[in-house]
Design a protein around this ligand. Structure first.
Ligand code: DGL
Length: 272
C-alpha cells in the first residue's frame, strides 16, 4: 500500500485524544484515522512513570499493527513522561507538549501563562521547561487538576452543572489570581471542559487547546515527510477501546458531533 494513504494513528488513555481527532477531522479531512483509547486503564495521570511508559509502548504497538503512517500521542501525560518513546517508533511520532507550548508562547501578551494538567504532567514540568526554552522571560504557573479526567470520562462537561462549576473554580482560582492571560489545557481531556474553564477564567484569558495545536503540527509533519494522502474523498475512521465500548460510543458521538457507534471495537491491549 502507498504509505501516503495509510491512516494516522492517535492514542490516549480514554476520551481525551478525541480533542485532537476532532481537529484532525477539520484540518485534514481526507486522512483516515485509527484511534485507540485505553478506557480499561484510564487514568494514566496518577500512575508511576514506569507504568505510563509501559502502557504507552503497548498503545504504540497496537497502532503499528494497524499499519499507521504516523503516530500522535494525544495525551499530555504520555507526552510529558514517556519522552524517549519517539526513539523506538519506526514512523514519524509526536506528542502534544511542543506544539501546544509554541502556540501558547505566541498567544500571550503579558508573558504570564498558566498550565493545567494531570499530576504526572505537572510534576514533570514538561510545559514549563518547553515554554522557558522558547522564551526565558515567560512566567509559568502550574496547577494539577486530578478531578477533571474522571469528570470527562463520566460525561460531566456541562458548564451549568453545579459539580462541574465548583470543581473547575476550585482548581482555577489561584491561576486567575496570578493574572495569567493564557491558559494551556495541558491534558487532552480538558478541551471537553473548555466552555466551563473559559467561564471560570473570564473573557480576557486565551485557552490553548492541545488538540488544535497538535492537529496543525501533524499537518506540517505529514507535509515534511511527504506523507499527505493522495485521496480527495472524506477519510474513514475507526476507534478501538480496551473496555466495553458503550460509554465511549455515546460520549465520543456527542463530542465529535457524528455517530461513531458502529465504528468502535474493544481490544485486549495486554496482548501488544
Ligand atoms: N488525556 C490524558 C492527558 O492528556 C490522560 C489523562 C489521564 O489518563 O489521566 O494527560
Amino acid at each position: 500500500m502507498d504509505a501516503r494513504n495509510m491512516a494516522i494513528g492517535v492514542f490516549d488513555s480514554g476520551l481525551g485524544g478525541l480533542s485532537a481527532v476532532k481537529e484532525l477531522m477539520n484540518v485534514l479531512p481526507c486522512e483516515d484515522i485509527v484511534y485507540f483509547g485505553d478506557t480499561g486503564r484510564v487514568p494514566y495521570g496518577s500512575r508511576s512513570r514506569d507504568t505510563i511508559i509501559k502502557y504507552a509502548q503497548q498503545d504504540v504497538n497496537f497502532l503499528l499493527k494497524n499499519n499507521v503512517k504516523i503516530i500522535i500521542a494525544a495525551c499530555g501525560t504520555v507526552s510529558s513522561v514517556a519522552t524517549d518513546l519517539y526513539q523506538t517508533v519506526p514512523v514519524p511520532y509526536t506528542g502534544v507538549v511542543s506544539p501546544t507550548a509554541e502556540a501558547a508562547a505566541k498567544a500571550t501578551k503579558n508573558g504570564k501563562i498558566g498550565v493545567i494538567g494531570t499530576s504526572a504532567t505537572i510534576s514533570s514540568h514538561s510545559y514549563k521547561e518547553k515554554l522557558c526554552s522558547i522564551n526565558p522571560h515567560i512566567q509559568v504557573f502550574e496547577q494539577d487538576c486530578p478531578l477533571f479526567v474522571p469528570l470527562v470520562e463520566n460525561g460531566f462537561t456541562d458548564p451549568s452543572d453545579i459539580i462541574v462549576k465548583s470543581v473547575i473554580e476550585h482548581y482555577t482560582a489561584e491561576l486567575k489570581a496570578k493574572g495569567v492571560d493564557t491558559l494551556i489545557l495541558g491534558c487532552t481531556h480538558y478541551p471537553l471542559l473548555s466552555s466551563a474553564i473559559g467561564k471560570a477564567m473570564g473573557d480576557g484569558v486565551t485557552l490553548i487547546d492541545s488538540g488544535r495545536a497538535t492537529a496543525l503540527y501533524t499537518a506540517e509533519l505529514l507535509r515534511k515527510n511527504n506523507l499527505e494522502t493522495t485521496r480527495t474523498d472524506e477519510g474513514s475512521y475507526s476507534f478501538f477501546v480496551s473496555d466495553t465500548p458503550h460509554n465511549f460510543e455515546s460520549n465520543a458521538s456527542m463530542f465529535l458531533g457524528r455517530d461513531v457507534k458502529s465504528l468502535v471495537k474493544q481490544i485486549d491491549i495486554e496482548q501488544y
